[in-house]
Design a binder for this molecule. Structure first.
Ligand code: PEP
Ligand code: MN
Length: 424
């Protein structure tokens, strides 16, 4: 089961672009108009505009002919594990780079990052819950940006959007989107998944690390969408879980349209400007069957906003009797600039995490998980804890391609805090 997937939405599969997939699920009336390419008729925020449309089409065909990266059976296994989280019997630990990079890829890096994730997980598991490990890896190559352009020394260029889109070097040539980068992203994702599988085999009995990324580049996602031969259900073959970002979660937008039709567990970032009605409409679209393990709501408000923004959202979801999991991303609402360096304070990250647990307790909701940007490498990108205690240290090892990540001591400090909070 799950070994065979049919390519859909491309001539190489049996279905033609635009064909409809019958999902065989109870939500026929809402899903019957979905296809792997139905996102194309919706406004798509944050997507690159490729200068060479023919090259893009070639790359899409080429990706569609390649094997999917994750089998349907593993996607369903993650959903089953997340269903236990929804029931309050397990806890989701999700984390990794803000943006994976082509240049910094190595087997050792994959190993260090998964070891940190597993280390955090074992600390939290020691407090009681079983832990579901989900890496931000094997596909996390594209970044939404608040500003489409960047200015340095009087020169203005398009923003860097992740290695799957363009280059970080500050030149016009490097910043042009190149479709060929999607192939390199795919190959690195495949190698990462192979390594994760090999490390797991070498350590018999250790837990599976699932892979997740933001489903931002819909050409890539569509090209890797497959249909399970047995159940007929479409799934994103690009990763076990994908999430929708804060900047692309518009109702009626392309990203929500794509995600609603795939069988994978879906994450939905929820920021301080989301209102409860909007959240319920998004849940109706993304999880119409109220299926445990299908949807993870990932709050990312900021330490100063979480206490006011989260309660109305949690209340609406609870009153609607929705089984969606609540997780907290204490990174993306806590960006700050110190001495000209983009950073995040560990104190703010710990504070948003604590408030999340307090609000959940007050609202009668189960705190289901944590979502972090972190790395197994020794970096000084976030400020706080013994490993990076002064702003002067930020320049020492600042390697992130995008947002500042927790280093191992900092991430483990968050895990210790979470262990104390879940233990209550
Ligand atoms: C991210 O997770 O890297 C990200 C961009 O988050 P958000 O969409 O919540 O800002
Ligand atoms: Mn980020």
């Amino acid at each position: 089961r799950g070994m065979h997937g049919e390519t859909i939405g491309y001539a190489v599969g049996r279905m033609a672009p635009g064909d409809t997939i019958e999902t065989g699920e109870s939500t026929e009336e809402t899903k019957q108009d979905w296809s792997a390419d139905s996102w194309r008729s919706r406004p798509a925020a944050q997507m690159p505009v490729y200068p060479d449309a023919a090259a893009l089409a070639d790359i899409e065909q080429s990706l569609a002919r390649r094997p999917h990266l994750v089998p349907f059976g593993e996607v369903m296994a993650l959903k089953a594990r997340l269903a236990r989280v929804a029931e309050g019997e397990a806890f989701l630990v999700q984390g990794g780079d803000c943006a994976e990079s082509f240049a910094e890829f190595s087997p050792e890096k994959v190993r260090r990052d998964e070891q940190l994730l597993l280390g955090m997980g074992s600390m939290i598991a020691s407090a009681g819950p079983s832990v579901v490990h989900v890496a931000r890896a094997a596909g996390q190559f594209a970044k939404p940006r608040s500003a489409g352009i960047e200015t340095e020394a009087g020169i203005t260029l398009p923003s860097y959007r992740g290695d799957a889109v363009n280059g970080r070097a500050f030149t016009l040539a490097s910043r042009a989107p190149e479709a060929e980068r999607l192939i390199e992203a795919y190959e690195q994702a495949r190698a990462t998944l192979t390594l994760l599988g090999a490390y797991r085999l070498a350590e018999r009995g250790r837990d599976m690390v699932f892979a997740s990324h933001e489903a931002l580049l819909l050409h890539y996602e569509q090209a890797l969408t497959r249909r399970d031969a047995e159940t007929g259900r479409p799934w994103a073959g690009s990763g076990h879980m994908v999430w929708i970002g804060e900047r692309t979660r518009a109702l009626g937008g392309a990203h929500v349209e794509y995600a609603r039709g795939i069988a994978n567990p879906i994450g939905l970032k929820c920021g301080p400007n989301m209102d409860p009605g909007e959240l319920l409409r998004l849940i109706d679209l993304l999880d119409p069957d109220n299926e445990p393990g299908r949807l993870v709501l990932i709050g990312r408000f900021g330490a100063d906003k979480v206490a006011s923004a989260l309660p109305p959202l949690m209340r609406a979801v609870r009153r609607g009797e929705r089984k969606a999991i609540w997780s907290i991303d204490p990174m993306h609402g806590n960006g700050t600039v110190l001495h000209g360096v983009k950073t995040r304070l560990l104190a703010d990250i710990l504070s948003e995490t604590r408030t999340f647990f307090e609000v959940a307790a007050a609202e009668g909701v189960r705190p289901g998980g944590i979502h972090l940007e972190m790395t197994g490498s020794d970096v000084t990108e976030c400020l706080g804890g013994q490993a990076c205690s002064g702003a002067g240290e930020l320049g020492r090892r600042y390697l992130s391609h995008c947002d500042p990540r927790l280093n191992p001591p900092q991430a483990l400090e968050v895990a210790v805090e979470v262990a104390a909070l879940v233990g209550h």
